[in-house]
Design a binder for this molecule. Structure first.
Ligand SMILES: CC(C)(COP(=O)(O)OP(=O)(O)OC[C@H]1O[C@@H](n2cnc3c(N)ncnc32)[C@H](O)[C@@H]1OP(=O)(O)O)[C@@H](O)C(=O)NCCC(=O)NCCS
Length: 307
């Protein structure tokens, strides 16, 4: 019924994305999401393994959707419609076709991340049209996350952070001999990070461990500007480094180990030339605020059940 109210576009064709669509797709992105400038390289890197469709309306590329799938889970990586063609049902058609292409085995689909390479953890909070659209299509909010940043030029861990853990805890880069123990910790407590650490352990100097009484009780990743391919460099001034996947064994928590590990990561990144430290996709804004991190951009986490 809503369809009748939609504006008419003379001709529209919904078809699979082709490599030669890239310039028009990037131009569409710039019009649809001016606050999120993306490079061609980044755009391509997030499309690996994804199903991409485009909508051509009156001869011009007016819509784009990218969806990833992992087992019974799907991820709506991005959906864009040209501002000049909104509220004409193009977004709905793209979404409906992508959904049909997923097949019957998919039970859940999440907005942003969850089943493959992604641009945002959820729906960017500065994309109100996107949220209104997803809401209208059955997506429910499940929480909020944020990306944080801190200036880490000449960063030194505050005394109170290091002092709390006492002398018994050491923070050092994982060596070759640590790989099995790093993976075992993920398997036990952070299974979602296992594959990520397996990849990271092959890149020397990018895994930091907290060792207490000879045992690894915490890990995080550390990537300086030379290692970290920062997606939104056009939006941040200065060289960017990042840490991620910060996890402490539950038996070793509440002893200051996590915060001290993050402080040590910031110190390392600063020494590698990072001026800004990026902390992506976190629910723990207040915790990181203790080291000077502030909110950069926020996201609404959302998902829809598929029958
Ligand atoms: C989200 C987006 C793709 C929607 O495209 P669209 O072609 O305008 O969507 P449709 O015409 O199919 O909208 C279908 C329904 O969604 C809802 N909706 C869409 N945009 C809305 C808005 N701005 N306000 C309120 N409801 C909206 C309405 O219920 C609409 O039906 P109606 O027009 O009959 O009321 C487009 O707004 C866009 O490109 N936004 C910027 C990119 C973005 O934020 N993407 C999401 C993150 S990836």
């Amino acid at each position: 019924m809503a369809r009748e109210q939609h504006r008419r576009l003379a001709e529209r064709e919904l078809r699979p994305y082709r490599a030669e669509d890239e310039p028009a797709a990037l131009a569409l992105w710039a019009r649809a999401l001016p606050r999120w400038p993306v490079s061609a390289k980044a755009f391509r890197s997030k499309a690996i393994g994804a199903e991409q469709l485009v909508m051509v309306a009156d001869g011009a590329l007016a819509g784009y959707i990218s969806v990833a799938q992992a087992q019974t889970r799907a991820q709506l990586t991005a959906i864009l419609v040209d501002p000049a063609c909104r509220r004409a049902g193009l977004g709905s058609e793209l979404l409906a076709q992508a959904r049909r292409n997923l097949g019957g085995g998919v039970k859940l689909w999440s907005a942003g991340s969850g089943a493959g390479p992604y641009f945002w953890p959820g729906v960017p909070e500065d994309a109100p049209d996107g949220w209104a659209f997803l809401r209208a299509h059955g997506f429910e909010p499940t929480g909020e996350t944020a990306d944080l940043v801190a200036d880490i030029t000449r960063f030194r861990p505050p005394e109170w952070v290091l002092g709390r853990t006492g002398g018994g805890v050491r923070f050092e880069l994982a060596g070759k001999g640590d790989a099995a123990e790093v993976i075992a910790l993920q398997e036990r407590h952070f299974p979602g990070w296992k594959a990520f650490y397996e990849h990271q352990l092959m890149l020397p100097g990018t895994v930091l461990v907290a060792r207490a009484d000879g045992r690894i009780v915490g890990t995080c990743t550390v990537e300086g500007p030379a290692e970290h391919d920062f997606l939104w460099q056009a939006l941040v001034r200065g060289a960017v480094g990042a840490f991620g996947c910060v996890g402490v064994d539950p038996a070793a928590r509440l002893r200051g180990i996590g915060l001290a590990m993050v402080a040590r990561a910031c110190e390392l990144l600063s020494a590698r030339g990072a001026e800004v430290c990026y902390c992506a996709y976190t629910y723990l804004e207040d915790w990181y605020a203790r080291l000077g991190f502030t909110r950069w951009r926020g996201y609404t986490m959302a998902r829809a059940r598929l029958r």
